[in-house]
Design a protein around this ligand. Structure first.
Ligand code: SAM
Length: 285
């Protein structure tokens, strides 16, 4: 009986090699070839686990031409594993064109789940995890980055971004400018590695914290930002909510709501109810 062609999508660790799953090792050992984003980088991981399966390069610059070749090999009955440099393939990593082409060819794609930085960060962030939006990397230039952030102002799910050491400060500064310095956020740095740090505060306090300690600007980052508050549902406009959130930092909720009501002309009890939900959401350190 001829072998059935299969493409496995294999997650690899995002730092700690102990996160490699036994199933990932079995599959990487048993397939005919491993398609890797960077064969030199993955060579070290494979060597660590004694995996001798041949590798070929599959990255964003040869993605389209490699697709046809890999689909042909699968049609001939080969089994192929796709891995990226770290974490889950296709999550801010190559593989989308290949998976689409393989599925269009009527062949099977099999997930082999494992580490993924955004999920690891969300799970420990203390921010709402029932709804979230993954935005990957923001544009490198500030004007384009601010435009993207503006499009997310009313998004109510937790916002999740990937960021590098070069842009962590400028991205957080743009987030504070667009979402307001009072919005809660969490910086998850170097997850599963020696200098793992998970730190939550308002966006403006996070900027101060990064400015004060250059070490906190090193490494790989996931930035999570609390979603927009449910101002429409509560009948409270965004400006009144902003005034309330500032006053709540200095005053007990009852007084803050009364004062915000006078300033904004919004009903006191609506602001009080909003304040209660904000206090729940802000309970993140
Ligand atoms: N495919 C990967 C995944 O499943 O998370 C993501 C690959 S993407 C090219 C690399 C980015 O993911 C980094 O710049 C950083 O934003 C984030 N990342 C990866 N590993 C991380 C870690 N250990 N701690 C924090 N962020 C990490």
């Amino acid at each position: 009986m001829s072998k059935q062609g299969l493409l496995y999508l294999v997650a690899t660790p995002i730092g700690n090699l102990g996160d490699m799953t036994p199933r990932a090792i079995d599959i990487l050992n048993s397939v005919d070839v491993i398609a890797a984003e960077d064969t030199r980088h993955s060579g070290k991981l494979l060597q660590h686990f004694g995996i001798k399966t041949p590798c070929l390069a599959y990255h964003e610059h040869n993605e389209r031409q490699m697709c046809d070749r890999l689909v042909q090999r699968l049609q001939a009955g080969e089994q192929i594993a796709l891995i990226s440099d770290a974490g889950t393939p296709l999550v801010s990593d190559p593989g989308y064109h290949l998976v689409r082409a393989v599925r269009q060819a009527g062949l099977q794609v099999v997930p082999v789940p494992g580490a993924c930085a955004l999920i690891a960060a969300l799970s420990v962030s203390g921010l709402a995890s029932d709804r979230f939006v993954f935005e990957g990397f923001l544009p490198a230039k500030s004007a384009a980055r601010r435009q993207r952030l503006e499009s997310l102002i009313d998004e109510m799910g937790t916002l999740i971004f990937y960021e590098s050491t070069h842009r962590i400060e400028s991205s957080l500064a743009d987030m504070a400018a667009i979402f307001g310095g009072q919005r809660r956020a969490v910086v998850a740095r170097e997850l599963t590695k020696r200098f793992e740090t998970i730190h939550g505060d308002s966006l403006s306090a996070l900027l101060d914290w990064l400015a004060a300690d250059p070490d906190q600007r090193r490494g790989e980052f996931v930035v999570l930002v609390q979603g927009a508050l449910k101002t429409e549902g509560a009948g409270v406009d965004a400006e009144a909510a902003r005034v309330l959130s500032i006053l709540m930092q200095e005053l007990p909720l009852k007084q803050a709501a009364a004062l915000a009501a006078k300033i904004s002309g919004t009903k006191k009890n609506e602001l009080y109810r909003l304040g209660l939900s904000m206090a729940d959401n802000n309970d993140v350190s």
